[in-house]
Structures are given as structure tokens and as C-alpha cells.
Ligand binder design. Sequence first.
Ligand code: MF3
Ligand code: CO
Length: 252
Amino acid sequence: MIIIKTKQEIEYMKKAGELLAEVHREIAKMIRPGISTMEIDKFVEEYLIERGAYPEQKGYQGYPYAICASINDEICHGFPRKEPLRDGDIVTIDMVVNLDGWLADSAWTYAVGNISDKAKKLLDVTKESLYRGIEKAVIGNRLGDIGHAIQSFVEAEGFSVVRDFVGHGIGKKMHEDPQVLHYGVPGRGIRLMEGMVITIEPMINEGTYHMKMDDNGWTARTVDGKLSAQYEHTIAITKDGPIILTDQGDDK
Ligand code: MF3
Ligand code: CO
């Protein structure tokens, strides 16, 4: 069942999204070789709690941390770790902010120091695919239009779209209907309606889209050991078009 949000509820979610965007801007300043993802996790938890918010992922189905931190071949749900990030790594930081009971969800892939040209291209294509998906998040379009926009662009650039994880409706719960696939056929799937709030969060691989699961039961990584990147925004579908609730302001 899709839960439609009122304008007021979207405003509440925007407040959560603005705080989340602020956290990402802080992380962007912190990322460098030598910092650990565990330090970033601690920073995020404290930053949110000091501002009366909560890192919703912590304790969600037993997930132990405030953020997911997925390095290089890790697709998603990487655990923060004490080992420092190294020059040339890419790292996806994903988090969900709960502010007064309303949620926002956003992931961003950061370059650590100097990254290779192919890693840079993967980041650029993944981010561009997110914005191409968002463009299609308008009343009357269908979910397949979003998926197709992402998939056709990504595959033309020689990369692949992860199938095992999808975007989702979001509101007072992290995961609501509908599922938002990052691949698909134009004109297929449910019709987008005013007041829907969804995440679009393509995970894009350099090689094959197939994944394997770590023994921790959470972390998905590429089977071929090649890189994976992800950008995610929380999007409200409105009469004025898609509103990016987690917009960082300085990025598109
Ligand atoms: N932010 C993730 C999503 O898009 C949730 C990660 S799972 C968690 O659905 F357990 F870590 F919360
Ligand atoms: Co999400």
C-alpha cells in the first residue's frame, strides 16, 4: 500500500532531508586518506543526536551502525571499520535521518584522495544516472520510466545496474511501497501520483551486476571484485515536479 503524503508531511520530511544533506556536506570536508569510516560513523551519530534527530539505520533489523560505509567493491551495507581509508578508494556513505518521526534517506559516493580515471567515470555516470531518474519522477509517468532512464544511460556508458537492491517509498517508515527498480521498461509499472515520496538510489557496477553476500549477512559486494558506486536522494512527487528533499545545494 502506497502512503500518500500531505504538503505538510512533505515539509517535515524536507526538514529531515536538509539535516541529512548538511551531514553529507560535513562528511565531504572530512573525507581524506587516513580517516576511518568508524570515525565518520561516530561523527554522524553525535551530529544527529545533538540536533534532536536519530540515525534511523542504527538498530534497524539489527543493523549495528549509524551509517553504511561501502568501500570499492562493496555495493551496499558495508560496516564502518577502524582501518583508515586509503588514497584512491571510493566510499559510499548511506544514512537515514529521523527528525521528529519523519525520515529522509541519502547515499553519496566520495573519492578518497586521487582516484583512477575509471573510478572517476563510474562516479560521474552513477550520479548522472540518479539525476536522469529524478527527471522522470513526475506525476503521470510510470516507475518503469525512471528505471529505464537510469538503465539505458548506464549501460550505454558500459556499466551495469545492480538488481538485488532497489529504491523504495519512505515516510514514517524507512521502507514503504512501492519498490523503485533502477532498470525497466518505459510505460510499465505503477503510475506516479502527487504526494508519493520515494528514494531513487542506483547502485552501478564497473563490471557485472551480480553480487555476493559477506558472512556478516549484510554487506553485498561485486562478484568480480570490480568497483561499485551509489548516489541516492529522497524525492517528493508534486504538482511542481520532483522535489529533492535531500538536496545538498551545491551539487546540481
Ligand atoms: N539506506 C538504506 C536504504 O536505502 C538502508 C540500509 S539498511 C540498514 O534502504 F539496515 F542499514 F538500515
Ligand atoms: Co534508501
